[in-house]
Design a binder for this molecule. Structure first.
Ligand code: GLY
Length: 354
């Protein structure tokens, strides 16, 4: 079964070999390449090598981890492509999570002014977010995703089979982005996410929910591919979430990105209640659900100033304002909402005490 989505070629499927084989068939022999990391090399690569046309293609391994999302790694990919005579008719298959698809998508987009790439995301987080939408890039001078381009993959193949070996923490991390998609666009998707049994996972049903979630992301990407406007809707939970993620790292208690987004949702739903009329009783019930599902993240009053400062550095701010994406109701979104420092502090206090 394959569920096609909107204009970009995104296939949510449990027939990975057939889908990939049909794509590879369009490229000349010797012009297809694969990049993996140490984890996907071991667990995922063997699952695609049986695919028609892939048995003996050159495979390159890059080290996983944010610290390797660097220009040095891009140079290694370029050298690999050069050594194997890649040209503009070539295809690069990116088999991994968001760090790998961001980095290799960027490398592919610049090599000889751009060759095709296919993303096969292997984590839930990358399936519902990073692999889709065309944001590619690397960290630079200590700044996350500082250098990059918008460049759409030729195809994204989302295969639920990779999720079956994912641990619960990484599953929940991706799930936070799905929750966000429900909040900004679809009450039905939100209700489905809350009703889904995360203890006894029905992977077939999860696949359908992933397709719905990706379709929501695509809706915003297609309307505003380069994030000048409505694509900012996808930022719900992220302004506060990035600050929490960065504080946690700084305090030597790192958390996964999706956990930070879930906690950021608490802060930003509180702000939604204050600024755009989201019902406060729903803020409380959603907060309780997030704390029960993700565990409580402890913050002290003494952390608030640092969190606020980090929010002032958000890439999406304009003209000195912290630009929040907020929701007046589930399924409806407003962008570029300016919040005063006192309101943000109140939201942080709610988060700390909830
Ligand atoms: N991760 C949000 C976006 O792609 O715009």
């Amino acid at each position: 079964m394959s569920i096609p989505i909107f204009v970009n070629d995104i296939r949510v499927t449990n027939a990975l070999e057939q889908e990939l084989g049909s794509i590879v068939a369009h490229y000349p022999a010797g012009k297809v390449f694969i990049v993996v990391d140490e984890n996907t090399k071991q667990h995922c690569l063997p699952q695609i090598l049986d695919c028609e046309g892939l048995a003996s293609v050159p495979v390159m391994e890059i080290a996983s981890g944010e610290e390797n999302k660097s220009l040095e790694s891009v140079v290694r990919v370029w050298n690999f492509l050069e050594e194997n005579n890649a040209d503009r008719k070539s295809l690069l298959i990116n088999l991994g999570g968001g760090m790998l698809s961001d980095l290799c998508g960027f490398a592919a987009s610049c090599f000889k002014r751009g060759l095709h790439f296919v993303n096969i995301p292997t984590t839930l987080l990358s399936q519902v977010d990073a692999s889709v939408g065309g944001k590619t890039g690397i960290n630079f001078n200590g700044l996350k995703n500082e250098i990059g381009v918008f460049s759409q993959p030729q195809t994204v193949i989302i295969a639920s089979r990779f999720l079956q070996s994912l641990n619960r923490a990484n599953l929940l991390s991706g799930y936070a982005e799905m929750l966000k998609h429900g909040l900004i666009y679809s009450r039905k998707h939100w209700d489905d996410c809350l009703a889904f049994d995360l203890q006894n996972i029905d992977y077939e049903h999860l696949n359908e929910m992933i397709a719905e979630s990706v379709a929501i992301k695509e809706y915003f990407v297609v309307k505003d591919p380069t994030e000048k406007n409505i694509r900012k809707a996808l930022n719900l939970g992220h302004t506060a979430g990035h600050a929490i993620e960065s504080l946690a790292l700084h305090q030597n208690r790192p958390i996964l990105h999706g956990y930070a987004v879930a906690y950021g949702l608490i802060v930003e739903l509180f702000l939604s209640a204050k600024k755009v009329g989201f019902p406060m009783n729903k803020v409380v019930s959603i907060t309780n659900w997030i704390n029960e599902t993700y565990g409580k993240f402890q913050v002290q009053e003494s952390d608030f100033e640092a969190l606020y400062l980090k929010m002032t550095k958000d890439k999406k701010n304009e003209a000195g304002r912290i630009n929040f994406t907020l929701i007046p109701e589930i399924g409806n979104v407003e962008i570029n909402i300016d919040c005063e420092k006192a309101q943000i502090m109140e939201a942080l206090r709610f988060f700390a005490e909830s």
